[in-house]
Design a protein. Structure first.
Lengths: 478, 478
């Protein structure tokens, strides 16, 4: 009864995927709206997912020699303008500060939409010799882009992210860094978030403003739309030249260093929701779930049940899991629905008869599978079940990805495939912007990436018939 | 030789304390200046101190039931204006956003100088019943106050901090929370940062804009000036009424909840520098030092030395310490001066003869004390020495505090004591603003706090001669 009432609250994803998504964000208490359009409040349960993401990613960054810093949030307009492509891309969506207290500022400042220019200004101060390189910096912060439309996690005017900024003595080192960070992102998405990815390079049209090359990890959502989940950019020495950053090399000559930047954001949480969620709500990857295991005592008024449940909670907490026990007076049906809604990967049920038999029941969120477990084996069983949850989630998402990649050999075929099946449409491509724009206009798809694992589907670009240079993925993206 | 050169780079604190402070911030690579006045760059070594502070404090907050959230960085002007005292205090130092992209905004937004108003708007959405209380939230973020003057860590236009915001069903609960957080701050300052504090209540003049009561932890710097290191505010239901936040109590009636907020910032790092630093540079409290132990091999070209030093580093790293080994080709003198400058609490020296004798030498940063240690006892010896560093730092700071608190029984005596000795001048006080202003005008001191441990020095206010209500501390503050 209670369960039905709870489940009623979210729209079925088959009925209206967008509404299902918004319902989950609200009902699982991930997010709230503020009075400024497009600026959201990250509530404790949503923010805790981000904290777990941060902890793991930050460890990966530090293990590869990166250091955290904090730069100012404001950029003087003149500083933003130093790199031409960069300012053209970002100026239209900057929020501008024009007054400090009651005084009009002589120069206006934008709230950082990204921080390449700030890092470059600092790099100029601290890089003088080849001994000062590489500089491998990262910062965790929020950035602001004055977008017209907004959607929880997917498109905020202000969003939380990390931005890595590095400087290297040689092009080779910088290119290696760009690839390394792309691989770290892919590793993280797959092995932590259970989200399979396609690694590839962006077209010139889709690359970051000011970058020479942008690499991306692209994911497929449950509705077969694409999500760009992280990017890693190689800048060459363009910014270094614009900002006059030089160092004395081992050869005693002045050189410009080579630069990268790379970032992921809370948009990944949107990806988690749309990759793994179902009609009962969230399904969270065990490694980032704020609550990994919920312990529910059954018939908790009966002698020994509550004590038994507490003992299970304490053992699992001691074993390092994030555990919650719910001994509130809500019904069992309500509780099950509540923690399903919240995507808790594993539920432990224990009632009087379980405890009599020295056992409890583990229920997996992702597939509902139940396992009866001897109490003495609890910790090992929970470890195993959480690993199975991750694996099951990954495999389901991988099937969704693999089953929705379609080769196409003409623009019309690409258009029809997208319309009828969605997903990624893969074709060959001549490399010309015109063909890319035509695909957008006539088939409604943007280029997602030229995958690192290139394929030979045919000799020609299906759009113009000229010789093909790359295989490429197209899709409808969030 | 190298050491002397290094030490020359910082001004002696006795010659010019302010210059000494700036030198340390720059030479220890804690901070860099940006192109906007008063907005600083937290460099890796400075930011790492903050990360260690965050990790420990965040654990203390969570252990007492607080949850982290993230609110927007912008506040609509109309929202800021909802609480009268609050807006009067903060509006003059707000930075105002007036354009989003190329469009002039209908209403201007300020970058948060603090977030009471944003939290209240959210609390109104999520608090309905007594079952929704308490709400105990915290956020780690940066805030912006358009100050005229600036100084690294002590006064930034943008600074990093945490702000806790809580709502409670009763006044008693909220007052308890205010005290609990004050105690957590005091505990943290003393047991983590080795900074003794005086806990007290601010006068009405000095309290937070919109608060009923502000509690503070006040520290004394090496130059005998005061630093307000953290504050905890009790708001009563003033904001709740202004924002129309109500809940249905157990009595089925509507009530306004009672509110607190509390915060500490990167200003604490300024406090660390000015409490513990010396003419050789930083002295960092072991619990927040980015490098707790530096291992320096002596005559590292000799057989076995480098291997021996690596083994020490690896053992200490495995034992959970933050360790660095420096086997660069700089001289031993340079290295000693460098890690003294950076305030590393403990230096481990090991040369060929040490290793032959299965020993190494531990050198404490705070007092230069050397201890010869058997290699087999390394981990235990390091633990003991780091505890002694903390203890030595605390005791020295405590002596500095205790020896510079002077009772005064007239305004003239207070003025003279401050001029000749500095420190905290303690007097009785009638509680009137007039007397407080007179102390400021004539003796150049602001009220620091009415200490929680009240004393009876005399029956009357030494400024006006009327009956005294409180004992109070005065000082010159950063």
């Amino acid at each position: 009864m209670a369960k039905e009432k709870k489940v009623e609250q979210i729209t079925d994803m088959e009925v209206d995927f967008a509404q299902w998504y918004t319902d989950v964000c609200k009902k699982a208490e991930l997010i709230d709206y503020s009075s400024i359009k497009g600026m959201f409040i990250y509530r404790p349960y949503g923010y805790a997912i981000w904290e777990n993401i941060q902890k793991i990613l930050d460890g990966m960054f530090k293990a590869t020699g990166h250091e955290n810093v904090a730069m100012p949030m404001l950029i003087p307009e003149s500083l933003l303008q130093k790199e031409k492509d960069h300012v053209e891309g970002f100026a239209p969506e900057c929020a501008w500060v024009t007054y400090g207290g009651s005084e009009k500022l002589e120069e206006r400042y934008c709230i950082r939409p990204t921080s390449e220019t700030l890092f470059c200004e600092h790099f100029k101060n601290i890089i003088h010799s080849h001994r000062d390189l590489p500089k491998k910096y990262n910062q965790w912060c929020s950035v602001l882009r004055w977008e017209k439309t907004s959607r929880p996690f997917l498109r905020h005017r202000e969003f939380l992210w990390q931005e890595g900024h590095t400087m290297h003595a040689t092009e080779e080192d910088a290119r290696q860094e760009t690839q390394q960070m792309l691989n770290i992102y892919a590793d993280f998405m797959e092995n932590v978030l259970a989200m399979p990815v396609i690694k590839g390079r962006k077209t010139d049209k889709e690359k970051f403003n000011g970058a020479e090359e942008t690499y991306t990890v692209e994911c497929m959502m449950h509705d077969h739309k694409a999500l760009q989940a992280g990017t890693s950019h190689y800048f060459g020495d363009g910014f270094a030249k614009a900002f006059d950053i030089t160092f004395t090399g081992k050869d005693n000559q002045l050189h410009n260093p080579h630069q990268t930047s790379w970032g992921v954001s809370t948009r990944m949480i949107g990806g988690i929701i749309m990759t793994h969620g179902d009609n009962n709500g969230l399904v969270l990857p065990p490694k980032v779930a704020p609550i990994q295991v919920v312990v529910l005592p059954i018939a908790q008024h009966k002698a020994g049940v509550l004590e038994g449940a507490c003992a299970l909670r304490d053992r699992l907490t001691a074993a390092g899991y994030r555990v919650k026990m719910d001994d509130s007076d809500q019904s069992m049906g309500w509780k099950c629905a509540e923690y399903e809604m919240k995507g808790v990967p594993l539920r432990v049920e224990c009632g009087p008869r379980d405890l009599e038999n020295d056992q409890c029941v583990l229920v997996r969120r992702n597939d509902g599978e139940k396992t009866v477990v001897k109490l003495e084996d609890l910790e090992a069983a929970v470890e195993e079940q959480l690993a199975l949850v991750h694996q099951g989630m990954y495999e389901k998402a991988k099937r969704n990805l693999d089953e929705h990649i379609y080769p196409a050999f003409s623009l019309e075929e690409a258009r029809q495939l997208q319309q009828e099946k969605g997903g990624f449409i893969k074709t060959m491509w001549c490399g010309d912007l015109e063909c890319e724009l035509k695909m957008k206009d006539e088939a409604g798809m943007s280029s997602r990436c030229m995958p690192l694992e290139q394929e030979h589907l045919s000799d020609v670009c299906p759009i113009c018939g000229k010789p093909a240079k790359h295989s490429i993925y197209w899709g409808v993206a969030y």
